[in-house]
Design a protein around this ligand. Structure first.
Ligand code: FAD
Length: 318
């Protein structure tokens, strides 16, 4: 059967959920072959095999950690040459998109970024994207080279499908550019204990209606009761109430969780651009005419300072 390369996103061998989603989607196209770079391949292979990887191509070298993305592109290109896949799937993170774009250039292939769904078509994979501030949904197919596709987190529910997951070492000939840009330091962001915004199954976001940084704990409490990530509108970020890393929207992050709760957010087109593909959308807004109500599955017209704490209490009681 045709093989599909899946780039593994992991932290020291702990495979992140978007990779399991990619393996699930990859099985629609062929046999997934995972590409694992860095330490922990043997441990990772157990999980990768559980989710359908027939093989795990592994390479570990200091270059992967010490330099920016080029060594990883070298490795993915080596895997591409070893396997001749029908498609290459990469998670739609900032790094993933850069790796995918560079691989597409090197292999003379077309690229689709930020796919939210993927199916097998008669002439190759067909990807669904949400474009123009989520105003349109497009389906596209790559007509040149090996399709390179980045897929947004939460685009598919990971489904186990045990396969061999046998580890094979991948020889990576690093090119001249591999060591061109060295990482000089890393600063860990202070952990909130909450899931990563773009990967979270639930996101609770606050906007200008929250009124100030000191009131954001109302949003955080609801998020914590649900095990959710916290997001914010640009108005709240620009006011300095919440960090830019939490901004959802056109100039912030794009999220696609199972559940998105917007509190005190009007629903401007630029905010929608980052959350409109969420599976279920709930809004709390005191203005019944707020545009956010045009796209919600459930809407509550009311003061968020009354509604959100009540909701938090209910969730905690369950
Ligand atoms: P507002 O539009 O002011 O809405 C606040 C809402 O809170 C109102 O609907 C009000 O009824 C409600 N409210 C007030 N008090 C309460 C209360 N006590 N209880 C319940 N509801 C209450 N925006 C983004 O979010 N993300 C982006 O990435 C982004 N990128 C942009 C890029 C460009 C180029 C431009 C021009 C704009 C961008 N914006 C972005 C800004 C966007 O246009 C809006 O200005 C912004 O989203 C508004 O944020 P908001 O909904 O929090 O504020």
């Amino acid at each position: 059967m045709a093989e599909v390369l899946v780039y593994v996103d992991h932290v020291d061998g702990a495979v992140r959920k978007p990779t399991l989603e990619l393996l699930t989607l990859a099985r629609r196209l062929g046999d997934p072959v995972a590409v694992h770079l860095g330490p922990g391949a043997d441990e990772a292979a157990k999980v990768l095999g559980e989710y359908g990887a027939v093989k795990v191509l592994a390479a570990d070298a200091p270059e992967f950690a010490d330099y920016l993305v080029v060594p990883k592109v070298d490795a993915l290109q080596a895997a591409h040459e070893a396997v001749s896949p029908v498609a290459v799937l990469v998670p739609s993170s900032a790094e993933g998109k850069e790796i995918a774009a560079r691989l597409a250039v090197r292999t003379g292939s077309g690229i689709i970024t930020d796919a939210v769904d993927l199916v097998a078509g008669d002439d190759g994979p067909v990807a669904t994207q949400s474009v123009f501030a989520a105003g349109y949904t497009t389906k596209s197919r790559i007509t040149r080279g090996t399709p390179v596709i980045t897929v947004k987190p939460n685009s598919a529910a990971p489904e186990a499908a045990p396969a061999a997951g046998a580890v094979e070492q991948l020889a990576v000939p690093f090119g001249e550019q591999a060591t061109g840009t060295k990482v000089t330091s890393r600063t860990a962001r202070e952990s909130t204990g909450r899931p990563e915004l773009t990967e979270a199954a639930i996101v609770v976001s606050g906007g200008r209606g929250v009124g100030g940084a000191e009131s954001f704990h109302v949003i955080e409490s609801l998020a914590d009761s649900l095990g959710a990530a916290v997001g914010a509108s640009r108005a709240a970020v620009d006011a300095g109430w919440y960090p830019h890393s939490s901004q959802v929207g056109q100039t912030g992050k794009s999220v696609s969780p199972q559940l998105y709760i917007a509190a005190g957010i009007s629903g401007a087109i630029q905010h929608r651009a980052g959350m409109q593909t969420s599976k279920t959308i709930v809004a709390v807004n005191k203005d019944a005419e707020a545009p956010i109500f045009e796209l919600v599955d459930y809407g509550v017209v009311g003061d968020l300072f009354q509604v959100v704490p009540q909701l938090t209490k209910e969730v905690r009681a369950r």
